[in-house]
Design a protein around this ligand. Structure first.
Ligand code: ZN
Length: 221
């Protein structure tokens, strides 16, 4: 007879048996009433779809110009990587490293980790370093400051509007949508469903491995 999994209340530590919930319902702690888990469906698939879309937008945001400036007939434009290089060339090494880490490295790392975790789970596998990746994802998310960068760029472009004609680039819009997608990934990701899927995949893999091991060898012809 299968045993219902136990869940610990994050507020009062009371251990309780999990029960299946009808759609759009929330299970609350029997003692303190805090929400324990919700009946979510396909949250990991949504997180995976958002992550794949975010990777495409991150590539676009880093390959195409953020904005162009028309000053007295001369047109100049730059990409994010070009801005990092310009800061470095102007001996602002710390600022260039900070921009690189918070707007490029951290979001790219977060998306790589999400794909590393979610894609194999979707295909019925379990990544080898799943626990490590699960712990690293929130750290990468904390260092990603694309929204702060966007705010700074928009304020700068508005101020430059008095001196030159500012033409927003495709990368600027891509960064805007990227912020929404990164928020959507965090909102849709359900850690409970994530570990349930990992356990189910692991059990299915073990069953198939034990089944193939127990199968008798076919006689040689
Ligand atoms: Zn409780």
């Amino acid at each position: 007879m299968p045993v219902a999994p136990l869940i610990a209340c994050p507020e009062c530590d009371l251990l309780q048996a999990e029960t299946p919930l009808p759609p759009r319902r929330t299970a609350c702690c029997r003692r303190c009433g805090v929400a324990l888990y919700r009946s979510t469906s396909h949250s990991l698939d949504r997180s995976l779809a958002f992550s794949l879309a975010a990777v495409v937008l991150l590539v676009i945001a880093n390959m195409l110009p953020i904005a162009g400036l028309d000053v007295r007939g001369q047109h100049t434009e730059t990409t994010l990587w070009g801005a990092v290089q310009a800061l470095y060339d102007q001996d602002r090494v710390a600022v260039s490293v900070l921009v690189f880490v918070t707007t490029l490295f951290a979001p790219a790392t977060e998306l790589c980790i999400m794909l590393y975790m979610l894609l194999p789970l979707r295909l019925g596998q379990v990544p080898r370093h799943l626990s490590l990746a699960f712990r690293l994802a929130p750290i990468a998310r904390e260092w990603g400051l694309v929204d702060v960068f966007m705010l700074g760029v928009v304020v700068s472009l508005i101020k430059l509007g008095n001196l030159a004609i500012v033409v927003p680039g495709i990368a600027l819009w891509s960064f805007g949508v990227l912020i929404l997608l990164l928020t959507a990934i965090g909102a849709s990701f359900d850690a409970r469903e994530f570990w349930l899927r990992a356990d189910a995949n692991r059990a299915a893999l073990e069953r198939s491995a034990s089944g193939s091991a127990a199968r008798p060898l076919e006689p040689a012809t």
